[in-house]
Design a protein around this ligand. Structure first.
Ligand code: NDP
Length: 278
């Protein structure tokens, strides 16, 4: 069976570099999709309070027959819960909904720089959760370098990861460099640009030379850059396809050609401007 490399986070916790993302997986389809992912071999699931499908992830873990310790589960704090007391309660609710007594990784989903709660105060609540041992690692998501700097300088725990949008059309060189400078692992969300990468003739041409699909090439590019990825699919063949990326290697030339596709194209909101509360 394909073996997925682990990345060691800055607190010594290991995370499988390839996982399965469940944003936009309907709650009633989440258990089945996650079970398919486990059958294929994924052992890392990326969910969030905002996705409304934590319950299905927890059920899949229990039905899979895997031990809790064999799977790495991430969830994220929803935007309405940035007040520290709310963050603590929302974390408890996540554990309850998932049916777990700990999370492997818990993130602040968005910095929300324009709301009246400072994300550094929210971060301190996550530090308390981490100190309690109920999250093995804590991190942030969608933090721009300026946001990350504040958390590093004003907090006591350096985030283990920063989960940001990264794909061939948005290579995020500056944000990835800032993460690396602080010892924060980059998690690349929407690694397939929500499906857009498969339409790139450049990626398709490289894929042909490796007898692989464009999606596999885009994911492999991210793996070779050292980022952590978790493509989403509700299609069993694609869940499998996205896992089969460890039996080939992109050349330096291939890597350069894909990186040059960068056009600063976001599929999601700009974190500096996004202050949406559900
Ligand atoms: P992806 O970049 O993973 O793309 C998913 C889309 O691509 C779906 O439409 C899927 O279709 C399609 N697809 C999947 N595999 C293939 C394939 N092999 N060939 C062709 N098409 C394919 O998008 P996401 O936005 O879901 O990102 C992945 C994960 O990142 C999320 O699930 C979530 O965990 C995380 N994320 C985090 C965010 C954050 O703010 N922290 C924001 C956005 C995402 P289908 O399902 O129909 O097969």
């Amino acid at each position: 069976m394909t073996s997925v490399p682990n990345i060691t986070l800055n607190n010594g916790i290991e995370i499988p570099q390839l996982g399965f993302g469940v944003w936009q997986v309907r709650p009633n389809e989440t258990k089945a999709a996650t079970l398919t992912a486990f059958e294929v071999g994924y052992r890392h699931i990326d969910t969030a309070q905002m996705y409304g499908n934590e319950q299905g992830v927890g059920e899949a873990v229990r039905e899979s027959g895997l031990d809790r310790g064999e799977v790495f589960i991430t969830s994220k704090l929803n935007n309405g819960f940035h007040q520290p007391d709310d963050a603590l309660k929302a974390f408890d609710t996540s554990l309850e909904t998932l049916g777990f007594d700990y999370l492997d990784l818990f993130l602040i989903h968005w910095p929300l720089p324009g709301i009246d709660v400072d994300f550094v105060d929210t971060w301190k609540a996550l530090e308390d959760i981490y100190a309690s041992g109920r999250a093995k690692a804590i991190g942030v998501s969608n933090f721009q370098p300026s946001h990350l700097r504040r958390v590093v300088q004003e907090g006591t725990v350096v985030p283990a990861v920063n989960q940001i949008e990264v794909h061939p059309f948005l290579t995020q060189d500056e944000a990835r460099a800032a993460n690396a400078e602080y010892g924060v692992a980059t998690e690349a969300w929407s690694p397939l640009a929500q499906g857009l990468v498969v339409e790139s003739p450049v990626i398709a041409a490289i894929a042909k030379t490796h007898d692989k699909s464009p999606a596999q090439v885009a994911l492999r590019w991210q793996i070779q850059r050292g980022d952590i990825v978790f493509p989403k699919s509700v299609t069993a063949e694609r869940i499998r396809e996205n896992f089969e990326i460890f039996d080939f290697e992109l050349s330096e030339a291939d890597m350069g050609v894909i990186t040059a596709l960068d056009k600063g194209q976001r599929t999601g909101p700009n974190p500096d401007e996004f202050n949406w509360i559900p």
